[in-house]
Design a protein around this ligand. Structure first.
Ligand code: ZN
Ligand code: ZN
Length: 132
């Protein structure tokens, strides 16, 4: 029972909206408030299981496992400067339909990770000044 309680607390924390596509380390920091003795390894294992059971989605962005409580298909944008990962609403089903692969392969789903600079990190000169 103890193990499923840990899992519930971890899932709770990820779904709380306080964390944004958190890594195991960030989830660990957050759940330690309620489970002071939980190890990072345990958090990591539980996150993996939650991804396997489909309760969370894994986002492969910068090598680290990041989890996402939002299960419907959506794209992600990662800022190469500050590392912030944001949700982008793109019609992935439409995109999947638009991709034509040679050799008879059939596209069923698209996972999209866009990279660049976020609005806060973009160089100032590329942002038009509305006063000019
Ligand atoms: Zn940024
Ligand atoms: Zn997301």
């Amino acid at each position: 029972m103890r193990h499923s309680r840990q899992r519930e607390l971890i899932l709770d924390e990820v779904r709380s909206g306080r964390l944004d596509h958190p890594t195991a380390l960030e989830v660990h920091d957050a759940v330690r408030e309620r489970l002071p003795r939980i190890s990072l390894g345990t958090v990591y294992r539980n996150l993996r299981q939650l991804v396997e059971t489909g309760e969370l989605k894994a986002v492969a962005a910068d090598g680290a496992l990041r989890v996402d409580p939002r299960l419907e298909p959506h794209a992600h944008f990662v800022c190469g400067r500050c590392g912030r990962l944001s949700d982008i609403d793109v019609d992935l089903a439409e995109l999947a339909g638009a991709v034509r692969l040679p050799g008879g392969h059939e596209v069923a789903a698209v996972e999209l990770l866009l990279t660049g600079r976020c609005a806060r990190c973009a160089p100032a000169e590329t942002t038009p000044d509305p006063h000019e």
